[in-house]
Design a protein. Structure first.
Length: 238
């Protein structure tokens, strides 16, 4: 409408329209038009198909990187969780004062595949009476040995016939009047909790088969003030 009005005025001699007026208006009209992706691509001499291909190529590369990361995570993390280490949260007070309920541990599942458990090791295992339940206890007797408990004092007769009395300053002693003698098989361990009055262990349900051993307490992550490697470990009594 503006162009028409200007043209009418020019016909009546009131306004002189430059000869290239139509070209100027056309240029301004082109700049005012919204430019879609295809139009911009044509002006930049890039066909819209090229842009779409580049976009799809970028998405394909990103998807490939994400898929590669997921596969690597599965390949690396899953075997570690299944064969090397697993988290474990202590429940109950059977290992007080060494471990408290809520302590967060990393269990070393590799060491016992390469070497034998030692006396004094803190181990995590499947409860022989219910494999779905996991216990944490300390190894007292090794395969082939005989464990003696008399009025709360523990001694062990080793496979070579020598006898040792265990230094158990780390345990909560019980006011015990009973005696117990238990000889272990070739693949059996005698385990007890450090809180003797409140622990269900080999004194009650018998020896622990090696096949039920999961691993040893390797790292304590929580609580922060008690973090450390091989928590609760003690030197083996010779």
């Amino acid at each position: 409408m503006q162009l028409l009005r200007l043209s009418e005025l020019a016909q009546h001699g009131n306004l002189r329209v430059p000869g290239n007026y139509e070209q100027i208006c056309a240029s301004e009209s082109e700049r005012a038009e919204p430019q879609g992706e295809a139009t911009r691509a044509q002006k930049l001499h890039y066909p819209s198909g090229v842009i779409q291909y580049a976009h799809m190529k970028f998405l394909g590369g990103a998807f490939k990187e994400i898929l590669t990361f997921i596969i690597l995570a599965i390949v690396i993390v899953v075997p570690i969780r299944l064969l090397v280490a697993q988290p474990f949260v202590v429940e109950g007070e059977s290992m007080h004062p060494t471990f408290e309920s809520g302590d967060y541990l990393i269990v070393d599942e590799l060491t016992y595949r390469l070497s034998d458990p030692k006396r004094g090791d803190v181990v995590i295992f499947r409860y022989p009476k219910d494999p779905k339940v996991f216990y944490i206890k300390r190894i007292i007797g090794l395969p082939g040995e005989t464990v003696h408990i008399e009025k709360g004092k523990t001694s062990v007769t080793k496979t070579d016939g020598t006898s040792i009395t265990l230094d158990e300053s780390y345990v909560v002693a019980e006011d015990a009047t009973y005696t117990l003698d238990r000889t272990l098989g070739n693949d059996e361990f005698f385990v007890m909790g450090d809180n003797r009055p409140r622990s269900s262990d080999s004194r009650i349900w018998g020896p622990l088969p090696r096949s039920d051993l999961m691993g040893r307490a390797f790292i304590r992550l929580l609580p922060p003030g008690k973090t450390g490697v091989l928590p609760g470990s003690v030197a083996e009594t010779q």
